[in-house]
Design a protein. Structure first.
Length: 244
């Protein structure tokens, strides 16, 4: 629903719009490449449609026009969609769950812990997200899935760089800066002194540029931790101190 409009998804007729509480319906499918629509979600003034074999489509004009937004979406049969703030999750038939934080312009698979990648349904309740799969229901906290990595410069650096976190010591949050000279799959993880992974901060494809991640150590005890960045063949680890 957007304002007084109601949208309905159908398996063969596409998307329908009613502006009179369902008394009358009009098909609004201009731009859709497939009218087998499994799911709909609303984020602000944007409507997202998940379709069979076509991925996700976006409309910003009440369904009058649709545009495919599938960059990074490697499975294009989207059975379910759910919105949490500015983040959109897509559940696919065999590819698991994908996340977009930029209105569908880019998608990243977020399947850590999922043992079944056929996602029938998605739901958000409070700080948790739930996935209904062919193998049961899985849940995760949103903070474990949604990263807070921000690009601070799109100038292409000469080398891979991992900077010392700041502030350090910190309580309870600190910034981690790093640079990648070419598009790479980037992983940023935090370990305790025994080498046990305690947090996975970044796990996605990033274009060349400089980035900042704000790490909140809520729930961790005081002590020495290590953060490691892996990007392509580059790996570097630095020490940080949580002091409560």
């Amino acid at each position: 629903v957007i304002r007084t409009n109601i949208f309905a998804a159908s398996r063969s007729g596409g998307v329908f719009l009613s502006s009179d509480n369902g008394s009358n319906w009009t098909a609004v499918n201009n731009g859709l490449t497939n009218t087998n629509v499994f799911s709909l979600a609303v984020s602000g003034t944007n409507i997202f449609a998940g379709i069979s074999g076509g991925g996700v489509f976006l409309s910003s004009d009440n369904g009058s026009n649709w545009t495919a937004v599938n960059n990074g979406l490697t499975n294009t049969t989207v059975l379910s969609l759910v919105v949490s703030g500015t983040n959109i999750f897509a559940g696919t038939f065999g590819g698991g769950v994908f996340l977009s934080s930029d209105n569908g312009s880019n998608w990243t698979a977020v399947n850590n812990g999922l043992t079944n990648l056929f996602i029938n349904s998605l739901a958000v309740s409070g700080t948790n997200i739930f996935a209904g799969t062919f193998g049961g229901v899985f849940t995760s906290t949103l903070s474990d899935i949604i990263t807070d990595v921000k690009e601070i410069s799109n100038s292409i650096p000469n080398n891979f760089v991992l900077s010392q976190n700041y502030p350090n010591p910190f309580n309870p949050s600190t910034n981690i800066n790093f640079s990648v000279p070419l598009s790479s799959f980037v992983s940023v993880k935090v370990y305790d002194v025994l080498g046990k992974e305690v947090a996975s901060l970044v796990n996605e494809e990033l274009k060349a540029g400089s980035y900042k991640f704000n790490f909140n150590a809520k729930g961790l005890t005081s002590g020495v931790y290590f953060y490691r960045v892996t990007a392509g063949n580059f790996t570097q680890t630095k020490k940080m101190i949580l002091l409560r």
